[in-house]
Design a protein around this ligand. Structure first.
Ligand code: DAT
Ligand code: MG
Length: 149
């Protein structure tokens, strides 16, 4: 089953959006299979955002993502990578649809609340950076038959 890496960034935590965000993914029908609450080390953040190395916002992005606790998660389910990106919205919150997380709760690109993997390759890469196999729990849920036909 498909998996994606989702992180509630320091602004999302400070803004008390942890419960709201987790509830949206739960209510959609996706399964939380891994979660940790951490202040990321700069080395970890740099690995996560290595595709942006050299860009003007890169150092500031690392400063921000390492500035406080974040909620790192793996969510599992059919189509979860693309659907999570829809649920999250566009990179710039002001360009995000209302109803999406960034569209509903954010204004600035540097305070856009949440991260989500953008492809199968990045999902696999990011999950591998943040979690070991033993930290991911693919359990059976009695709700599975009510979510999937
Ligand atoms: P996304 O998080 O939607 O995948 P991205 O991968 O292009 O967006 O960029 C990663 C993060 O970097 C993004 O969530 C916020 C920050 N960022 C991107 N573009 C930026 C810009 N032009 N100015 C400031 N921060 C930016
Ligand atoms: Mg990205």
């Amino acid at each position: 089953m498909e998996r994606t890496f989702i992180a509630i960034k320091p602004d999302g935590v400070q803004r008390k959006l942890i419960g709201e965000i987790i509830a949206r993914f739960e209510k959609k029908g996706y399964k939380l299979v891994a979660m940790k609450y951490i202040v990321p080390k700069r080395e970890l953040a740099a690995k996560h955002y290595e595709e942006h190395k050299g860009k003007g916002f890169y150092e500031g992005l690392l400063d921000f993502i390492t500035s406080g606790p974040i909620v790192a998660m793996v969510w599992q389910g059919k189509g979860v990578i693309a659907t999570a990106r829809k649920m999250i919205g566009q990179t710039k919150p002001l360009e995000s649809e209302c109803g999406s997380i960034r569209g509903d709760f954010g204004i600035e690109v540097g305070r856009n609340i949440i991260h989500g993997s953008d492809s199968l390759d990045s999902a696999e890469r990011e999950i591998g950076i943040w979690f070991s196999e033993e930290e991911i729990f693919d359990y059976e849920s009695s709700l599975d038959n009510w979510v999937y036909e």
